[in-house]
Each structure stands twice: as structure tokens, then as C-alpha cells.
Design a protein around this ligand. Structure first.
Ligand code: HEM
Length: 406
């Protein structure tokens, strides 16, 4: 179980105490970039960086900034098993990543395209005769969880349970209720584990064409992964591929309605703009922060940082750094170089699922835009009613929109 000493409370570091402030943290990010680009939080013994170049250095330089961490922002109970792809550094990291990499090659993903399209078609069809719909509940949540469940080989009918466990694992800690939340997470982890264990055993005995079967055959250092290791890797993938992609799809719709009204018609006239919109949403409106443990004393950023301290790269702030993105505070799908954002990370740990997330978002938006002539915000839309606490930053739990059919 996690203890207070292992968890970094992101919102304790920042001025972003309410859900609304976390949803629109951009003025605070700007202030930090301009006045305190490198700042130390003594209470939690954590360094924070906000500029693009600094964030990128933190992600790339594993000799100074290691992924082997005693403490973390990530609110998921620790998984230190030897196949965990994220909790290690090169060269060890390369072998662990190879266990998963082949499922995410462009070729493997192309084989998945028709299945993702079919899942999306079904979800969009259910909206056909509706005047309004909650796009988070009807598309942004079910699409990623169904896709990742099918990729792993877990019954898609169980998607609600999977989503429930992964919501608990990702939910944020807070100081006041720390031990209750830790207990809830430990229970969710155990339930998730007990659910997956027999599935892994069955696939080891009778492998089929899916990621869990592949993992049961995979070897690390000449030894097959144990059932426990396969279960933990599967939980890792179900978590990594789920909440994040839901956030991307939800935020695409929010951005079209509120950050750039009118862009929907531009997309309808030219569907080739869909990938540009996705990259701009990832840059402009995505709650991302990443942490590393300082591996040796350093003053690379002009301050004395000590081995063992944690450093947080505020990716959402880096993505709005004017030194990298002209008029960075504007939502502009036509700006050159939007894809330089750091939302999928950078360096050796660059998100393995980025091509899958981009494909899901692309299929979701293209299919939706072809189907509906226009979208409008729901009447009397009040953002505060639709936000939830989220471990990674700010999230929508619902987004009602009005649909206009062709
Ligand atoms: C919009 C959606 C997504 C975002 C924003 C995102 C973001 C990230 C980030 C920032 C990292 C790097 C973490 C670090 O540097 O320590 C990462 C790693 C990873 N992501 Fe994603 N992710 C997304 C979707 C997915 C999907 C769909 C999958 C597939 C199941 C996935 C699987 C992974 C894995 C396995 C890693 C670990 C890679 C490593 O440590 O080498 N992600 N992701």
C-alpha cells in the first residue's frame, strides 16, 4: 500500500486548489514560466520546472533524472516488478519495452484500424436520433476502454468494471483522506488482480492472438514472465491506455465548442485537418505533469539540486512556452510545429501507445464529423457541474452537447 511519504500531492505544490482552477491553470503556468521557472517546494522536497527546454531535458536525460523513483506523482499503487516498463532507465528499459513494443508497431495498429472503426461506428450510431448527448459518457469513455480490453484479450463486456477499477487507481490523493483513499486503491488493485489472474492462466494454457497471450510467451533475461508479472503489465496497459485517451477525446469536443467555436465547420469542409486538431488539443489543453528522481547532485538549471529529490516537469506549462510556440495561448490548428508538444513525453519513455491514441482520436472525430452537421454547447452549460477530481490534473466527467443532423 502507498504511504504519504511515497506520494507527491501535485495540487499542494501549485495554487490550483479547486477543480475550476485546475481546468484553467494557464495564467498560473504563465506566471511560473515568467517569474519562477525553476522552483523548490520545501514541504514535499520537490523541484518544479515550467519551461519547454527544461521539461524536455528532464525527460531526455535519464542519467540525471531517473525513472527509478522512491516517490511519485502517479497516484497508482506501486508496481516494482521486473517487467514494469516505466519504472526503470536505459539500458534495462530497452528489454522491458521490447516485451510490449511489437503490439504497437504501425503494422499491428493497421490491423486494428477496422476493429476500432467498427467499435466507433456502433457508438456513433447510438447517437443518431438524439437531439443531445453526453459525449464523455457516450464516446470518450467507452471507446478507449473497449479498444484496450480487446487488444489485451479481456472480454469487452467487462468494460464497466475495468473502467471502475482504473478510475479508482487514477483518482487523486488528498492530505485529509489519505489512508481511506489508499485503502480504496488497494482494494481496487486486488479486485482487478483477481479478475485478470484466471484470464492470464487460461491464455498461458491456450494462447490466442492478443497482448496477454503474447506476454505469457515473452521472455525477460532468459526467463518467462510469471503470471503475476503478466497481470501487473496488463493492469499497467489498461490504465495507461484508458483515462488518457478519454481525456483527449473529451477535450477535443470541449476545444471545438469553447476554445475555437466554428472550427467544426472547418473540419467538415476538410477532414484532412483532423490530425492537426488532435495535435493542437494535445498541446493546448491536456493536463500533464511528469516526475523523475534526481540521480546525482546537479545545478543544470542554475540551482543546487540534490540526489534523491524529485523533479516535476509541468508539461501543460511547457506546451504553452512562447519560445517554442508562437502565440502559444491561442488555439491554432494551423500553427507549424504543434506536434512538438510534450504530452506523450520525450526520450526513451515516449508513450508507447501514442500511435494508438492518435488513431482512436482520429477515427472518433472523423466518424462523428461525417455524421453530424454541427454541434453546440448544451443550453445553460455550467462547467463547474461537469468537472471531477483527477489524479493527473483536470478532467470532465460529462460534456452535454446538442447535435444537428445532416
Ligand atoms: C492521449 C493519450 C495518451 C497520453 C497523453 C499518454 C501519455 C504518456 C506519457 C506522457 C508517457 C511517458 C511517461 C514517462 O515519461 O514516464 C506515456 C508512457 C506510456 N504510455 Fe501513454 N499516453 C496515452 C495513451 C496511451 C495508450 C492508448 C497506451 C496503450 C495502451 C499507452 C501506453 C503507454 C505505455 C506502455 C507507456 C510506458 C512507456 C515507457 O515507459 O517506455 N499510452 N504515455
Amino acid at each position: 500500500m502507498s504511504s504519504t511519504s511515497q506520494i507527491i500531492l501535485l495540487h499542494e505544490i501549485s495554487q490550483l486548489k479547486s477543480n475550476e482552477a485546475q481546468w484553467e491553470p494557464f495564467a498560473w503556468y504563465k506566471e511560473m514560466r515568467e517569474n519562477n521557472p525553476v522552483i523548490y517546494d520545501a514541504e514535499q522536497d520537490v523541484w518544479n520546472v515550467f519551461l519547454y527546454d527544461h521539461a524536455k531535458r528532464v525527460l531526455f536525460d535519464h542519467e540525471l533524472f531517473s525513472n527509478k523513483k522512491e516517490r511519485s506523482l502517479i497516484p497508482i499503487p506501486r508496481n516494482d516488478n521486473r517487467s514494469n516498463v516505466n519504472s526503470c532507465d536505459p539500458p534495462e528499459h530497452r528489454k522491458r519495452r521490447a516485451l510490449l513494443a511489437h503490439a504497437f508497431t504501425p503494422r499491428s495498429l493497421e490491423e486494428w484500424r477496422p476493429k476500432i472503426q467498427a467499435i466507433t461506428d456502433e457508438l456513433v450510431k447510438e447517437m443518431e436520433d438524439q437531439m443531445s448527448v453526453d459525449i464523455v459518457q457516450k464516446l470518450a469513455i467507452p471507446l478507449p476502454v473497449t479498444v484496450i480490453a480487446r487488444l489485451l484479450g479481456v472480454p469487452a463486456k467487462d468494460r464497466e468494471r475495468i473502467k471502475h477499477w482504473s478510475d479508482i487507481l487514477f483518482s487523486p490523493y488528498n492530505k485529509e483522506a489519505f489512508s481511506d483513499i489508499a485503502e480504496q486503491k488497494a482494494q481496487a488493485m486486488q479486485a482487478f488482480y483477481d479478475y485478470l489472474y484466471p484470464i492470464v492462466q487460461e491464455k498461458r494454457a491456450h494462447p490466442v492472438d492478443d497482448i496477454i497471450s503474447d506476454l505469457t510467451k515473452a521472455e525477460l533475461e532468459g526467463e518467462q514472465l510469471t503470471d503475476r508479472e503478466v497481470v501487473m503489465s496488463s493492469i499497467g496497459l489498461l490504465g495507461a491506455g484508458n483515462e488518457t485517451t478519454t481525456t483527449l477525446i473529451s477535450n477535443m469536443f470541449y476545444a471545438m465548442l469553447f476554445d475555437k467555436p466554428g472550427i467544426y465547420q472547418e473540419l467538415r469542409n476538410d477532414l484532412s485537418l483532423v490530425p492537426k486538431l488532435i495535435e493542437e488539443v494535445l498541446r493546448f489543453r491536456f493536463p500533464a505533469s511528469m516526475d523523475r528522481q534526481i540521480a546525482q547532485d546537479t545545478n543544470v538549471f542554475g540551482f543546487e539540486m540534490k540526489k534523491g529529490q524529485i523533479i516535476v516537469a509541468w508539461i501543460g506549462a511547457a506546451n504553452r512556452d512562447e519560445a517554442q510556440f508562437e502565440h502559444a495561448e491561442a488555439f491554432d490548428i494551423h500553427r507549424q510545429g504543434n506536434q512538438k508538444h510534450l504530452t506523450f513525453g520525450a526520450g526513451s519513455h515516449f508513450c508507447l501507445g501514442a500511435p494508438l491514441a492518435r488513431m482512436e482520436a482520429n477515427i472518433a472525430l472523423t466518424t462523428f464529423v461525417k455524421q453530424f452537421a454541427n454541434i453546440q454547447p448544451a443550453e445553460a452549460f455550467d462547467l463547474t457541474e461537469h468537472l471531477i477530481d483527477s489524479g493527473v490534473g483536470q478532467s470532465l466527467q460529462s460534456l452535454p452537447i446538442r447535435l444537428e443532423s445532416v
